[in-house]
Design a protein around this ligand. Structure first.
Ligand code: AMP
Length: 507
């Protein structure tokens, strides 16, 4: 009887007396204790009547016990459905209903509203708080750690992760045991993780980056984690001396660079810094290298596919690119209209195929057919380009593509020019409705602290390097860009803010 994911990431913990997790207070948890915690929680799930294949929605704070609950779900064959802690009860209602969850686990502080959500959908409700306590833990203590992991096949579902859904309703990406395990195996090898590694883990664990990339990779390699509830630069600076590796989103790196205590000596011993989930500015990459001597390894992935590409561990980590397709991942660039493969150097839809690619959207067969081709290639929705050396760069999301006066404009091309200008920290380029052009290009600029680049100077710079139709019709200075928890710029919010900029004045 096997359960491949459990056997690979959880079973080895049972014999491990050394620390696998260290929390922000410095408390350590041995592998054996984490394993026992997971098995007791698995017993509790079985005791509640959950069967293999049932869905468990969890909206809980990050804690060692929350990670144990993920391992418990793997052991019990229960499909893990983690939810962003920022979601309101109304939002949670959609996920619990859509997934027909059998159990909702939520924070006791929100028990009243979440219990009502669970009741509305015929789901059970239990609690687990950020300190690792709650009604589910009481049940686990009564049940004890004597749980026998259930048999699973690699094709069985391990998790459903809902996409962040900036347009329309979120879709539940169904991830199999094989999807998760194959990707973790590749990443351990590519990034050289071993049992001597200690990862500074400050990512949320409701998202693929913190839950699968970070946690699965460390558990599979037998390494350890400094498990922080979130990212704070001053806390990271305290813990970095005890780590060998860190996985981050770009904002982790910009915030570290903002802190003068973050210097070469502090991280001289570190082996690897990786970045993903949002584009790392080439400038951040360069600044980081100048400050520390380390070159951040940028990689690219998404909820539906796990990780697709990575810069090389050995070899050139090229700023502004996401590297090469990972072993086992096929990647092609196609014409978004016709699906035909495009020649090297031309931007188009990134399509990927491999053991990492999800099994489809939960109970959305049409959406699945639209985005997952019959031959196994998944249309990522990202526009990318592959250079002559094989490095992949992301040009933007297809839905961010601007069509102005019939011309296609990729915002990234304009953002790169703007980011180079004196006084500019970063920029976001969007398309907004325009009565003549269909859409008009609008640039939002965040100035460097204490500087105020003038729209005239920016216009002159763009006129020198961009065709007229690409030049923004409006430039707006903002103190910061709206970002989600993973550091992604929320262009949908900017589009909303500027939606009526060119609306004809009402009579
Ligand atoms: P999510 O499903 O929330 O992980 O979001 C996935 C999306 O994040 C991808 O489709 C990309 O648009 C974006 N993304 C992830 N990694 C990178 C990266 N290194 N550079 C640029 N965009 C990225």
């Amino acid at each position: 009887m096997t359960n491949p994911l459990y056997d690979a990431i959880a079973a080895p913990l049972a014999a491990r007396t050394s620390a696998v997790l260290t929390d922000a207070a410095g408390e350590t948890l041995s592998g054996a204790k984490l394993h026992a915690m997971a098995m007791s929680l698995a017993s509790a799930l079985a005791g509640l009547g959950l069967k293999p294949g049932d869905r468990m929605a969890v909206q809980i704070e990050k804690s060692p016990r929350a990670l144990a609950l993920y391992l418990a779900a793997v052991a019990a064959g229960v499909v893990f459905l983690p939810l962003n802690t920022a979601y309101t009860a109304d939002e949670v209602d959609y996920f619990v209903g859509n997934a027909r969850a059998a159990l909702l686990v939520g924070d006791p502080a929100r028990a009243d509203s979440l219990r009502a959500v669970a009741a509305r959908h015929g789901a059970l409700f239990e609690t687990l708080d950020g300190a690792g306590e709650g009604s589910l833990v009481e049940l686990a203590r009564l049940s004890g750690p004597g749980f026998q992991p259930v048999a699973r096949a690699g094709s069985d579902l391990a998790a459903i992760l809902y996409t962040s859904g900036t347009t329309g309703r979120s879709k539940g990406a169904m991830l199999t045991q094989d999807n998760l395990l194959s990707n973790a195996e590749v990443l351990v090898k590519e990034w050289r993780f071993t049992d001597r590694d200690v990862l500074l883990h400050a990512l949320p664990i409701f998202h693929t980056h913190g839950l699968f990339v970070a946690s699965n990779v460390v558990l599979l390699s037998g390494g350890a984690m400094i498990f922080l509830p979130g990212f704070k630069a001053e806390q990271a600076i305290v813990w970095l001396p005890k780590a060998t590796t860190m996985m981050g989103v770009p904002t982790f790196y910009t915030r570290l660079l903002d802190d003068p205590r973050f210097d070469r000596d502090l991280v001289a011993h570190m082996r690897l810094f990786t970045s993903g989930s949002a584009p790392l500015l080439a400038e951040t990459h360069v600044q980081f290298e100048n400050r520390t001597g380390h070159r951040i390894l940028e990689r690219y992935g998404m909820t539906e596919t796990n990780m697709n590409t990575s810069n090389p561990y050995d070899g050139e980590r090229r700023a502004g690119t996401v590297g090469f397709p990972l072993p086992g991942v096929e990647l092609k660039i196609t014409d978004p209209q016709t699906g035909a493969t495009l020649p090297e150097g031309e931007p188009g839809m990134i399509e990927v195929r491999g053991p990492n690619v999800f099994a489809g959207y939960w109970e959305m067969p049409e959406k699945t057919r639209e985005e997952l081709r019959a031959d196994g290639f998944f249309l990522t929705g990202d526009i990318g380009v592959v250079d002559a050396d094989g490095y992949v760069s992301i040009v933007g999301r297809q839905k961010d593509l601007i069509i102005t006066g019939g011309y296609n404009v990729y915002p990234k091309e304009i953002e790169l020019v703007l980011d180079e200008q004196p006084g500019v920290l970063e920029s976001a380029v969007i398309g907004v409705p325009h009565p003549d052009f269909g859409e008009a290009v609008v640039a939002v600029i965040v100035p460097l602290p204490g500087q105020s680049p003038t729209p005239e100077a920016l216009r002159a710079a763009m006129a020198a390097s961009l065709a007229k139709f690409k030049q923004p019709k409006h430039i707006e200075l903002l103190s910061e860009l709206p970002r989600n928890t993973m550091g992604k710029v929320q262009k949908n919010l900017l589009r909303k803010d500027f939606a009526t900029l060119f609306a004809p004045a009402s009579a």
